[in-house]
Design a protein around this ligand. Structure first.
Ligand code: PLP
Length: 390
């Protein structure tokens, strides 16, 4: 079974036909509790916050795809990230990527800081910055690569080495690449986390989060936090994710491929003051992207997120108004192409001066490329661009 390739695993791991009925589709165990045969004698299941057979199937499947041993599912990406930070204690310190998802930033600044956990937002793409941020109390490094929405990359293997030398846990938020496009555990990370709301779910219809590790001790601690904190997904949400993962490789191949085509075309347009896509040779970390972001066959892949700067708020708004296929909405990674303005949407909780320091401008537009026909998508962008210059 271990020899199976990614697409086979995505369809079959955790998805054995139901023993009793032969049902090929995983049953949804919609139960909160389970009959016990005697006091203290259950059949492996006692209460659904602690354990649920549908959730177990999902956890087994994603753990295999991420290349880990233990998968722990949560009700959303933020529930997973919050639970991971519950591994920390009062006075612990975390080095965190300076350009993380706005919700992670908000959690840090408005929840965790006041609970006595200290964070240093750092340019984790620069090893000198990382080394100078580390202190004796540093227990964790939390990185996003590529980051949302500036698509900055951090070198996972290099950071894993630094973390090993300093006895620090390395956590990678791999939401932007999905397990199909990057597997941080194989590069030395201790724990990988995904908002499964994005590529893993892929249809903009379910919220979810998943953490995967190969470290048994870490896996047990997180499983305990999952049960104790209780931010668990419903059995139906688990089933939706199991169903969606079967097509993850097909969707990712199509989305990544179309994004590359669109980014190349966009890079020739004079209307844009900036285009950011790791698959373009002009991206400052294109070389790292080529060595780190690999599909399961080892081919470099660059994701389906493109950020473009329209130069002004007026051009941005004209562009957004003219788009017919790209839907103005938060989120990413789904089959439908979406467009967003991170400054006011996903990164609204970050103070303006910090956004400006990072280069996250008000005119920056983030595209999430879906599975629609590439030519239709280009026509949509081209028409809107042509009309956006006024
Ligand atoms: N991490 C990243 C990189 C994200 O983009 C998001 C959401 O956009 C999250 C985590 C949070 O996930 P969720 O919305 O499922 O809570």
């Amino acid at each position: 079974m271990k020899k199976w390739k990614f697409s086979t695993k995505s369809v079959h791991i955790g998805n054995d036909p139901d023993e009793k009925t032969g049902s090929v589709s995983v049953p949804i165990y919609l139960t909160s509790t389970y009959e016990q045969d005697a006091v203290g004698k259950d059949r492996g299941y006692d209460y659904s916050r602690a354990v649920n057979p549908t959730r177990e199937r999902l956890e087994e499947n994603i753990a295999a795809l991420a290349g880990g041993q233990f998968g722990i599912a949560f009700a959303s990406g933020m529930a997973a990230i919050t639970s991971i930070f519950q591994l920390l204690k009062f006075n612990d310190h975390v080095v965190i990527s300076r350009n993380v998802y706005g919700g992670t930033y908000r959690l840090v600044k408005q929840v965790l800081n006041s609970q006595g956990i200290d964070f240093t937002f750092t340019d984790t793409s620069a090893s000198e910055a990382v080394l100078s941020a580390i202190r004796p109390e540093t227990k964790m490094m939390f990185i996003e690569t590529p980051t949302n929405p500036l698509l900055e990359l951090s070198d996972i293997s290099l950071l894993a080495k630094i973390c090993e030398d300093h006895n620090i846990l390395l956590i990678v938020d791999n939401t932007f690449m999905s397990p199909f496009g990057q597997r941080p555990l194989s590069l030395g990370a201790h724990l990988v986390v995904h908002s499964s709301t994005k590529f893993i779910g892929g249809h903009s219809d379910v919220l979810g989060g998943i953490a995967v590790t190969s470290d048994e001790n870490l896996g047990e601690k997180l499983r305990f936090i999952q049960k104790s904190v209780g931010a668990v997904p419903s059995p139906f949400d688990c089933w939706l994710l199991i169903r969606s993962i079967k097509t993850l490789p097909l969707r990712a191949i199509r989305q990544f491929d179309t994004a590359q085509q669109l980014a190349e075309k966009l890079s020739t347009r004079k209307e844009l003051s900036r285009i950011i896509y790791p698959g373009l040779p002009v991206h400052p970390q294109h070389k790292l992207a080529k060595s780190q972001q690999l599909d399961p066959s080892g081919k470099p892949v660059f994701g389906s997120m493109i950020s473009i700067d329209m130069g002004s708020i007026e051009s941005r708004d004209r562009f957004l108004k003219r788009l017919k296929i790209f839907i103005l909405a938060e989120s990413l990674g789904g089959v439908e192409s979406l467009v967003s303005v991170p400054y006011v949407m996903t990164h609204g909780s970050i103070p303006p001066e910090e956004k400006e320091f990072l280069g996250l401008t008000e005119s920056l537009v983030r595209l999430s490329v879906g599975i629609e026909d590439p030519e239709d998508l280009w026509n949509d962008l081209e028409t809107a661009l042509t009309d956006s210059s006024g």
